[in-house]
Design a protein around this ligand. Structure first.
Ligand SMILES: [Zn+2]
Length: 494
């Protein structure tokens, strides 16, 4: 890139939007009774309906409708009292019917929003629509170097995924986030993932494709509110990639515009390794799909009292949880973000629930435990230590039985599967030496060995006692309580 992101931002305002596809976690498919479990033998979860065989008729999955209404309500949308499915016509080998049952001008949920927190600031992302459709199958291109169809010897198609209920959540264009646009895009997908997880409607695994984001990006010249031509970046399979895709498109489009060119409306592919996008196909317009109402399905007309009962059953949503925890733990927005971004929110909440103070729980999970998770290359939540273990270690520190240095050794022992914190303390002999007579003999040795330091302390330079404290800590192999040692030294010399 010859135009850096920073240079691009001086001349242009980025505007992004996201289309997120979520596979619902229903036990059966959208219009038939086939199971939806991931990873089954290819083409073992198929039937005449999801294979599109002549004469087969679809029946709408009620649970999928319920889940979609849940998502719409959680995103502050209006729920349609009557809407229809539509046929979206196009030809693709992984789509056995040669049309997809989707929703077009009558989506189930419209006009909502999701608030996301970035850099201590709340950005409201408008939700244009939430609609329900069916997923396609999967093609596997064999024999080429890249796994793409170009250069492949042959292709295989697996229809297990065909017909799995898929919800598409479309935002309005998000202007005005300036330099933060890539981070806001990432924060939106993160918040949406957490929201969907809290609703229990999907397992939201980006790496398995049950949550997939397409990122639309355009540039407006600074000071103009005319939207530029947008591109749609596909294949964005991780939260980090969402951020990188926006960043890379901003630089690329700025370069095109600066050289007098025109941004082409097209889909682009994001490449994980290089972090750049390449041209896909020119974007179809709605008329290319020849939408019309699906004649084989009855309209969807969710009764008001059903929608109300779904609304009443919604769990605590991430935004409410954020407000509750920030207040209960006296956190700033930045402190809360640090916890969320470290993936430590659940662990800290569980640690507090079994008795640790919020400050202690945060200290261990964001400090020593985050560092160890990073060393091991795993999520902090995957560490082999329980919230109860962490609470117990905090308790031992608060009681003066462990100091921080010993507590880190206990954590190491628990992570090495040597047992519970108490078992590690016993097996490794890690308790703080609290017996004053044992400490006093070490103190007397330190005093005898450092007459010059003693003289300075007696001259009133009390901070010189640090040297003696250090000597005692060394003599007790770190197992003394430093504050207690200092008190004893000062008492001994006064
Ligand atoms: Zn089926």
């Amino acid at each position: 890139m010859t135009v850096t992101y920073e240079e691009a931002l001086q001349k242009y305002e980025p505007v992004f939007g996201l289309e997120t596809h979520v596979e619902l976690g229903t036990t059966t498919k959208m219009f038939c009774g086939c199971p939806t479990t991931f990873g089954a033998e290819p083409n073992s979860h198929v039937c005449p309906v999801c294979l599109g065989l002549p004469g087969s008729l679809p029946v709408t999955n009620r649970v999928a409708i319920e889940y979609t209404i849940k998502i719409g309500l959680a995103l502050n949308c209006s729920i349609a009292s009557w809407c229809r499915f539509a046929r979206k016509n196009y030809f693709y080998p992984d789509m056995p019917k040669n049309f997809q049952i989707s929703q077009y001008d009558e989506p189930l949920c419209v006009d909502g929003y999701l608030d996301v927190l970035v850099g201590g600031r709340t950005v409201r992302v408008g939700i244009e629509r939430v609609h329900l459709e069916e997923d396609t199958g999967k093609s596997l291109h064999v024999g080429g170097a890249t796994g793409r169809i170009q250069g492949a010897d042959y292709s295989l198609v697996d229809y297990n995924r065909a017909g799995i209920p898929l919800v598409e959540i479309v935002t309005r264009p998000v202007p005005g986030t300036g330099f933060l646009a890539p981070e806001v895009a990432r924060a939106y997908v993160t918040e949406l993932r957490d929201l969907l997880r809290s609703l229990g409607v999907s397992d939201v695994r980006m790496e398995e494709g049950s949550l997939r984001a397409d990122v639309n990006t355009s540039l407006s010249p600074r000071g103009s509110d005319v939207l530029g031509t947008r591109t749609e970046t596909k294949n964005v399979n991780s939260l980090r990639s969402v951020e990188r895709a926006v960043r890379s498109e901003v630089s690329r489009q700025a370069e095109v515009l600066d050289s007098g060119g025109r941004v082409i409306q097209e889909t682009r592919h994001f490449h994980e390794e290089s972090g750049v996008t390449t041209s896909g196909r020119s974007k179809e317009e709605a008329q290319d799909y020849r939408y019309f109402p699906e004649p084989d399905l009855v309209p969807v007309a969710p009764p008001r009292d059903w929608v109300d009962s779904i609304a009443a059953s919604l769990p605590e949503l991430p935004s409410a949880r954020r407000a509750r925890l920030m207040s209960a733990w006296s956190l700033s927005e930045l402190e809360f973000e640090a916890l969320r971004n470290a993936g430590a929110l659940d662990a800290v909440e569980a640690t507090v629930a079994v008795g640790a103070s919020p400050a202690d729980a945060r200290k261990w999970w964001l400090g020593e435990l985050a560092r160890r998770a990073n060393d091991m290359g795993i999520e902090v939540s995957a560490l082999p230590i329980t919230p109860a273990d962490v609470a117990r270690i905090s308790e031992l520190v608060a009681a003066g039985s462990l100091n921080d240095r010993l507590a880190r050794q206990v954590i190491e022992g628990v992570l090495d599967e040597e047992g519970t914190p108490d078992e590690v303390v016993a097996a490794r002999g890690l308790a703080v030496v609290s017996d004053d007579s044992a400490l006093l003999s070490a103190i007397d040795e330190a005093i005898a060995a450092n007459p010059d330091v003693v003289a300075r302390i007696r001259d009133g330079k009390v901070q010189a006692a640090g040297v003696l404290v250090g000597a005692v800590m060394k003599a007790t192999r770190g197992q003394a309580d430093a504050a207690r040692v200092r008190d004893l030294i000062v008492g001994r010399l006064s």
